[in-house]
Design a protein around this ligand. Structure first.
Ligand code: FES
Length: 150
């Protein structure tokens, strides 16, 4: 009985629910990803009645998850935030929505140093903010990348 209580106290909730026959799909890890945080800010514009909110994603590039971005031309499909990142220069990392402009596939990207190619239907898109991929404003301060998600 004591073992059962200890199990229920220490097991993560999805495992307990699965043990009870309740199907749930969820990660059990209790590690939090401290290398990425989001910040939502409200703004108001005195010249009009409209205000708004914006969300910033703050990424610590020192985290191993982002090691591919240390070299110019390195890139990453960061699926947990639905963004593609590519190192353009020492001072610039471009960030795009990872939804393919064709039909929205998010996880079939490759990058040749100039263009992203989506393997779903083979379309390629330039890694520029003037192309058809949705590009986010970014700023880089040391190894801290801030992405304005709008
Ligand atoms: S969904 Fe990407 S090329 Fe069609």
């Amino acid at each position: 009985m004591k073992n059962r209580r200890n199990f229920l106290k220490t097991a993560c909730k999805p495992i307990v629910l699965a043990t009870l026959g309740i199907p749930i799909i969820e990660a059990c890890s209790s590690e939090d990803d401290s290398s990425v945080s989001t910040q939502t800010t409200s703004s108001s514009n005195n010249s009009s009645s409209q205000g708004g909110t914006s969300t910033e994603l703050i990424i610590d590039l020192d985290d191993n998850t982002f090691s591919s971005l240390q070299e110019i031309g390195g890139w990453l499909n960061f699926t947990s935030e639905n963004i593609l990142l590519v190192r353009i220069s020492d001072s610039e990392i471009r960030v795009f929505d990872n939804a393919c402009p064709h039909q929205g596939t998010r996880n079939q990207w490759s990058f040749d140093g100039t263009n992203f190619t989506c393997a779903r239907h083979g379309n390629s898109f330039g890694a520029t903010c003037s192309g058809s991929m949705r590009c986010f404003d970014t700023s880089l301060d040391g190894n801290i990348l801030t992405v304005d998600l709008g």
